[in-house]
Design a protein around this ligand. Structure first.
Ligand code: FAD
Length: 539
């Protein structure tokens, strides 16, 4: 009889979402296995844009440098909406250390994530095709075929990262609600000798839409919609001649395309699972949501899903949090997925406007894009840095109304470019989160014995209840701070970033989650109250 291989977490699929999940778990020494049917990472360029918030997540994982080295910082888009001059959407407006769209083919993204996983000591079990998934009370049974042999697994939790046609979703009878959009896009990775661009170039008119994305090696991703070729029987194969024909139809100036590396037609749909969690199974990435490629957001959503769930699973498996803590994955991520679904479906309808309506769209677009604030809004929205979680009921329960209106509160993203002085050097907050996970700042302002005692008492209680979970820092504005103990490092808010950008004030305690969002921010004079908040956060 085949023995059952047991693990805490089983990840199905090693696309971008599964690889990110594996990295998140490996970093935290969680017991997991990752099963993938393919023999190696995808060779297809597919998703080519990494948004700022995803780069922040990569920074927290420690893999950002490889991406920055191998990618291309796309500064924004030129929109050709008729008339002589294109309108610009500049991404330098994004308030992040990564104010651009990092252009890198998905094949590279998968390679980098797998290399990082391997450097951390992890691996993907390749050539393992999952053929059956069965839910049980305290976990999930999975059968997989490997080299003609059936292997059986049991895991406490299963992460379905198996893409748009998810086998896990099918076996568990989970619906994928939404609809096909009925459009056919063309796609080519080609050379365009007459183009020399650093911006994404987009053309929109009554004949269709085309976007040219510059790759680092000087070639281009050309993707678009030829109105003359809609409604035909579906096919995947696109020839270079057909691509050229569509470009000649849509564009008023000739762009010769050459040396194709990948050519394809693809259709679009918007669909999402009703709940990102079903019992012990979590849906991540395209297994949870699909939508059209406008704005280059699909893969980013999946990578950010994995970053949201990884540390939560770790907290539960290490006994710091209850199983119900994992429900927040659905409540935090699903509204963001739904928002992208609605937005991309709406954008496609706008792109499809023709005749008088198309003229109004182009005229309004051109007028709006002369305004800096409009560009800023679009840039921020696409960058995903505004994907925050403050509206979930769990995060609302943790709000502290006694804090100032400006104070950052539960669920909000902590900005990534905050500086403090550690007594010797200026340091920034994200590397602290990367190193320690949960960061707790207690703002003592200056020497204040009562607050220092509070911090030490809270630190002792936190250690007793959650050994090694939090890293607590005392934050002073300046001056000499003397403490009896040495365990709590003192940092100085000399740039006033914690005060001005996070709304911290004397006596406030800020707990930051390992994914760079706020767990809670509280004003309290009693360590017991802060402890109660911590327990509620992890419940
Ligand atoms: C033409 C095209 C262009 C795109 N452009 C963009 C873009 O510009 N920006 C963007 O953000 N997104 C884009 N996307 C979407 C992006 O490619 C997906 O969102 C992304 O691949 C989803 O990652 P994932 O890990 O969730 O799923 P996938 O990449 O689909 O990975 C799923 C993995 O699961 C494995 N698997 C499936 N079933 C099993 C099984 N039974 N057993 C074991 N393993 C299994 C598969 O082999 C695969 O490796 C594009 C997609 C396409 C097709």
């Amino acid at each position: 009889m085949t023995s059952v291989i047991e693990t805490d977490v089983l990840i199905i699929g090693a696309g971008p979402a599964g690889l990110m999940a594996a990295n998140e778990l490996q970093k935290r020494d969680v017991d997991y296995l990752c099963l993938e049917k393919r023999t190696g990472p995808s060779e297809l360029s597919k998703a080519l844009g990494i948004q700022a918030r995803t780069l922040e997540m990569f920074e927290l994982l420690g893999v950002h440098q490889s991406f920055l080295r191998r990618g291309y910082p796309g500064p924004g888009s030129k929109l050709h909406l008729g008339g002589e001059n294109p309108s610009l959407v500049e991404l330098y407006h994004i308030e992040s250390r990564y104010p651009y769209l990092l252009i890198i083919p998905q094949s590279e993204t998968e390679k980098i994530l797998e290399e990082h996983l391997s450097a951390l000591g992890g691996e993907v079990s390749r050539k393992h095709e999952v053929v059956e998934v069965i839910e049980a009370d305290r976990g999930v049974y999975v059968n997989a075929m490997h080299d003609g042999e059936l292997k059986k697994y049991f895991a406490k939790y299963l992460l379905a990262c198996d893409g748009a046609h998810s086998k896990v979703r099918q076996d568990l009878d989970v619906t994928f609600e939404g609809e096909d959009e009925g459009y056919t896009f063309f796609l080519g990775d080609v050379d365009v000798p007459s183009l020399n661009e650093i911006y994404i170039n987009m053309h929109l008119n009554d004949r269709g839409a085309v976007a040219f994305f510059p790759y680092k090696d000087g070639s281009y991703r050309v993707v678009g919609l030829d109105r003359a070729k809609q409604g035909l029987p579906h096919k995947d194969e696109l020839t270079l001649d057909e691509l050229q024909e569509s470009l000649n139809t849509i564009l008023s100036e000739p762009y010769q395309v050459k040396n194709p590396k990948w050519l394809s037609y693809f259709g679009t749909a918007h669909r999402q699972v009703p709940n990102y969690r079903k019992g012990r199974v979590f849906f991540i990435g395209d297994a949870a949501h699909i939508h059209n490629p406008i704005g280059g957001q699909g893969m980013n959503l999946g990578l950010e899903d994995a970053a949201n769930l990884g540390w939560k699973l770790d907290a539960v498996l290490k006994g710091h949090a209850n199983d119900s803590f994992l429900d927040s994955y659905h409540f935090e991520r699903s509204p963001i997925g739904m928002d992208v679904l609605k937005e991309t479906a709406r954008m496609l309808k706008i792109i499809d406007l023709q005749g008088a309506q198309g003229k109004v769209r182009n005229w309004t677009g051109k007028a709006a894009l002369t305004q800096d604030w409009v560009q800023k809004k679009i840039a921020h929205h696409l960058s995903h840095i505004y994907n925050e979680y403050e509206d979930t009921s769990r995060n609302k329960e943790l709000l502290d109304s006694s804090l100032s209106k400006e104070a950052i509160q539960s669920g909000k993203r902590v900005p990534d470019h905050l500086l403090f002085f550690d007594g010797t050097n200026d340091k920034s907050v994200y590397p602290l989160i990367r190193r320690h996970g949960y960061i707790c700042f207690i703002y003592i302002d200056a020497q204040d014995d009562a607050l220092i005692n509070h911090a030490y008492t809270f630190s002792r209680m936190a250690r007793e209840n959650y050994p090694d979970l939090l890293k607590i820092f005392l934050v002073a504005k300046g001056g000499t701070v003397l403490t009896k103990g040495k365990e709590l490092p003192i940092i100085y808010d000399v740039h006033r970033h914690l005060e001005k950008k996070l709304g911290m004030e004397k006596g406030s305690t800020l707990l930051i989650r390992p994914d760079g969002h706020v767990a809670f921010h509280a004003m309290s004079s009693e360590p017991e109250q802060t402890m109660t908040k911590l327990k509620r956060f992890l419940s």
